[in-house]
Design a protein around this ligand. Structure first.
Ligand SMILES: Cc1cc2nc3c(=O)[nH]c(=O)nc-3n(C[C@H](O)[C@H](O)[C@H](O)COP(=O)(O)O)c2cc1C
Length: 122
């Protein structure tokens, strides 16, 4: 589905997020960043986030599974935003799921307030 971006007049910050799947990000999320560039959203700030996981519990499993987790959708979106020359917040926000199909892990939502504070401060 292709959706137009809303009117960006007066918008200071756009958050773009997507789930990490097969170590990748979906095309639509990347397209949003490209549209922001096309619209000249260069004065406003962009921040990116993803959902990912679950992170394996043992060091051995983690070593094997690393490439599926990192950089993840958030890392890819961040790199894309940097390459496009968008004013992207240096840190990404990642929310871990507790199972392959969710839900979010305990306390993951609790990270939002800290990230929001960071975005407002920066
Ligand atoms: C088919 C499939 C592939 C997935 N691949 C990955 C992956 O490579 N890396 C990862 O960290 N999580 C992976 N996950 C977990 C998803 O990141 C997680 O389910 C998703 O972020 C939850 O958000 P959603 O409900 O919006 O899909 C996968 C999940 C599914 C169902």
């Amino acid at each position: 589905m292709r959706r137009r971006l809303p009117d960006l007049a007066g918008v200071d910050l756009v958050l773009v997020g997507a789930p990490t799947r097969m170590a990748r990000v979906n095309r639509r999320a990347k397209r949003v960043l490209k549209k922001l560039k096309k619209r000249g959203f260069l004065g406003g700030k962009v921040a990116v986030f993803d959902t990912y996981g679950p992170i394996p519990k043992t060091p051995e499993e983690l070593k094997k599974g690393r490439k599926w987790l990192y950089p993840g959708a958030a890392g890819i979106l961040h790199e894309t935003a940097v390459d496009l020359g968008l004013n992207v917040h240096p840190n990404t926000m990642r929310f871990e799921v507790s199972g392959m199909k969710g839900p979010l892990g305990d306390n993951e939502i609790g990270k939002v307030a800290a990230f929001a504070a960071e975005l407002i401060a920066g």
